[in-house]
Design a protein around this ligand. Structure first.
Ligand code: EPZ
Length: 435
């Protein structure tokens, strides 16, 4: 198992390019199931989660070739429509094959994703939406079995809001299923995340007829079949935000390139509130370093509000802000795994009932800390870059799930970070936790 060793306190400089969006690539790769034609997907980040998705698609009869940041696919056979537990448990987003499989093959058996360190990950909204299209859903021995009626799925008007608001992957699954349904589907309270828009754009490039993606009301006019696609996914807004916050906390004038600033408005607004200026160009953002920054109050909500996937990272920045900040986590109320580790570094954070109170301190110190989930690990890297002394982050396979070669890319802008083999710990088993 690997660990990161970080010597904190280094000023960074130069520019760092953003990878393709993991949370776009995962559902977009699943549309390869919806066509008999070949597909090419570009700007795909080289990540463990993508590898897991490729394995899931392979078990479902999709032959793929992965070269660098490009994956080509073609469905070779459709004998197997079961996405197995041993793969889906490693990456909960594997559930996003449900809608595509049901749409194209009329049936899908997908392992229930199970638990996850960031909290309960229900799929009731996915199932509500697919049932509204006429699917017969049964749950048996940890698997979801979905079957379309003899005449195929039929368009419907679907309200897809849950107690936490909209759902990204539920919107994706229902949108995909509706694309090949008969008639028109309206999804009300659809997720508005840029990754949902990206999926809709990819499907429309294949001949789908989807309107309104990016708004809470998506209209899908069913079509008979889809052609192949040649599609590049959008830049990763969460990775862009992570690098911006790393620049802010190390007081470094770094430029994040190849990003879409429009996808980061809520994060940019919080940085503005904290007194951190960001120079904005059409595809890049540059930190104007501040010696000190103010506290802020953040509430995580569905897009376009502040993203839960940036919550741990902003918590690291708040740890050495002036004054007391608060975070209200409205998407995953237990998603505060970074807090305990940041406290080992001297941060003053109290967490209760989905709220965190972060009392800013002048500095944090290096320590041995443990990564626990993808975004909490990113927060520990950010804190380590700013801390006095050395930080060792163990279990960095968590971060490899969502950030491509992050230590190499940070080194290129001056960070003193290296990956070391951490022989103290056994090699990671297939993780029963996933995000
Ligand atoms: C997506 O997960 C992202 N993953 C997550 O990113 C992200 O945190 C999340 O959206 C919220 O933005 C991918 O896109 C692969 P949700 P998803 O369904 O779609 C509740 C990362 O770090 N809910 O939008 O699974 C749910 O409990 C990952 O990259 C239901 O109640 O999340 C949560 O409170 C972590 N019923 C809220 O909705 C359902 O059927 C939003 O979840 C589904 C969800």
């Amino acid at each position: 198992m690997d660990a990161f060793l970080i010597q904190g306190g280094q000023r960074l400089s130069g520019s760092i390019a953003v990878s393709g969006a993991k949370n776009s690539a995962l559902p977009i790769l699943a549309v390869s199931l919806m066509t008999d034609s070949a597909c090419r997907f570009g700007n795909i980040p080289v990540l463990r989660d993508i590898q897991t998705q490729v394995k899931i698609l392979n078990t479902l009869g999709v032959e793929s070739h992965w070269t660098g940041h490009e994956i080509t696919t073609k469905v070779k056979d459709s004998y197997n429509s079961t996405a197995p537990y041993e793969l889906v448990k490693q990456m909960r987003a594997g559930v996003c094959v449900l809608g595509p499989l049901l749409a194209k093959r009329g049936e899908a058996i997908v392992s229930l994703p199970g638990g996850c360190v960031i909290g309960e990950r229900p799929i009731d909204l996915h199932l509500r939406g697919l049932e509204a299209l006429g699917a017969q859903i049964t749950l048996d021995q940890g698997y979801i079995s979905a079957k379309a009626p003899k005449g195929g799925l039929k368009g419907a008007e679907i309200y897809l809001g849950g107690k936490f608001g909209s759902s990204v992957l539920a919107t994706d699954n229902v949108m995909c299923a509706a694309v090949l349904a008969k008639g028109t589907t309206i999804i009300e309270c659809a997720a508005c995340e840029p990754e949902v828009v990206d999926l809709a754009r990819c499907l429309n490039s294949m001949g789908a007829k989807i309107e309104g993606a990016g708004s809470p009301r998506i209209v899908i006019h069913g079509v008979k079949r889809l052609r192949g696609c040649d599609y590049d996914v959008i830049p990763d807004r969460i990775e862009a935000a992570t690098f911006l916050i790393a620049g802010a906390i190390t007081r470094s004038p770094i430029t994040v390139t190849g990003c879409k600033p429009d996808h980061l408005m809520a994060v940019l607004d919080v940085l503005r509130q904290m007194g951190i200026r960001v120079e904005r160009k059409p595809t890049s953002l540059k930190i104007i370093p501040a010696d000190t920054w103010k506290c802020a109050d953040v509430v995580t909500l569905p897009h376009p509000s502040f993203p839960t996937d940036c919550q741990a990272q902003i918590m690291a920045l708040m740890s050495i802000a002036q004054g007391t900040s608060t975070i209200t986590e409205r998407i995953y109320p237990e998603r505060f795994m970074a807090a305990a580790e940041l406290k080992r570094m001297g941060a003053k954070i109290s967490v209760a009932n989905g709220n965190a109170v972060i009392q800013g301190v002048d500095k944090i110190g290096g320590a041995e800390v443990m990564a626990s989930d993808l975004r909490a690990s990113a927060a520990l890297v950010i804190a380590g870059l700013a801390a006095n002394g050395e930080t060792k982050i163990t279990r960095v396979y968590h971060i490899d799930r969502g950030y491509e070669r992050i230590e190499e890319r940070l080194r290129k802008i001056g960070a003193r970070i290296q990956r070391v083999a951490d022989s103290d710990l056994p090699a990671p088993q297939a993780q029963a936790v996933s995000t």
